[in-house]
Design a protein around this ligand. Sequence first.
Ligand code: NAD
Length: 353
Amino acid sequence: MRRTGALAGKSCDLSVYEEGTLKVGIIGLGVGEAHIPGYAKHPDCSLIALCDRDSDRLKAVAERHPETRLYNHAEDLLSDSEIGIVSIASYDENHFEQVCRAISAGKHVFVEKPLCQSAEEMAEIRRLLSANPSIRLSSNLSLRSYPRFTALRSAIADGEFGELYFLEGDYNYGRLSKLLDGWRGKQSFYSIVLGGGVHIVDLLMWLADDRIVEVSAVGNAICSADSGFGNKDMVVAILNFESGIVGKLAVNFGCVMPHFHRVSVYGTEATFENRPDAGLRYTSREPSAVPARIEMPYPGVEKHGLIPSFVASILGGETTLVDEKAVFDCMAVCFGIEQAVTEARIVKIEYDY
Ligand SMILES: NC(=O)c1ccc[n+]([C@@H]2O[C@H](COP(=O)([O-])OP(=O)(O)OC[C@H]3O[C@@H](n4cnc5c(N)ncnc54)[C@H](O)[C@@H]3O)[C@@H](O)[C@H]2O)c1
């Protein structure tokens, strides 16, 4: 008997769940291992398979998670018909092919950002999802699970900031060596906008509940000069939102400071500024006025923070924190920013879905 669950009005195929458990496979055991506790939180979800092309890493992770099937090749895990949901945390250039194989094999997909590396690849993923409407897809746009940003979004939605007019977000990577010495710099194409800026693009659109419709952008590669890295390590984009809000995004992989999301939200009634120790909320223009401190944790969650809501959306009919549309929307903006930098022109974002 096939079971179905409800997701935002859509019917969801749970045939892989027939034996009472949604079975999970994970590809790529760097941040992918950090996904595991997210699945463990659901009583009807269980990890059954791990995959890494690095045998030593596979063995080390398997020791912490015994009784899992082990695969060196992603294609083998994706052909395992018992697996109903797959976490894809391989290198960026592998995501597209693995996402497509997973959807075609009838598996739900939780993919690390970025979903894929071009608008053409995204169109193919959307085509496959349309042909397999019971399959759910989400991506690890993890800033949505940070308590401080969740509280900020609620305050904005409650009207406490008045009308928003300017949003600013800097993705200060603070780990240049990962770009220059790790896998990122060795790929034939690595985009800091797709790999890092995507988090801020998604955060700003989610906070404002608004879409970016036009972008312009400039960039440079001063911090990685002479390293052999072939793309920008610094990009600044100007953003126009549908409602008239304007924004600025900086993706700064060379910064000499620890990793940090510098986020400012300006409304007609209040201003928010993220600081490492607390968020500050200004409600007065008086120099003597002391801003309120928003002590909610930042980050305050692990890398699996979005997974429970995704699993619940498949098994329990609840709404996931990051649905397919959110993933496609922020990727479309990121492709537009890449294009704006490369072609030195203003790019309109096409949301043709
Ligand atoms: N959401 C986040 O905050 C966040 C944080 C870090 C990384 N990531 C993303 O996660 C992905 C992995 O990054 P990482 O930092 O974990 O890298 P990592 O190097 O620490 O780990 C990646 C692992 O995946 C394995 N791997 C890569 N390609 C594979 C393939 N095709 N088949 C099987 N195994 C494969 C590697 O051998 C390695 O063990 C990237 O896409 C990255 O953008 C997301």
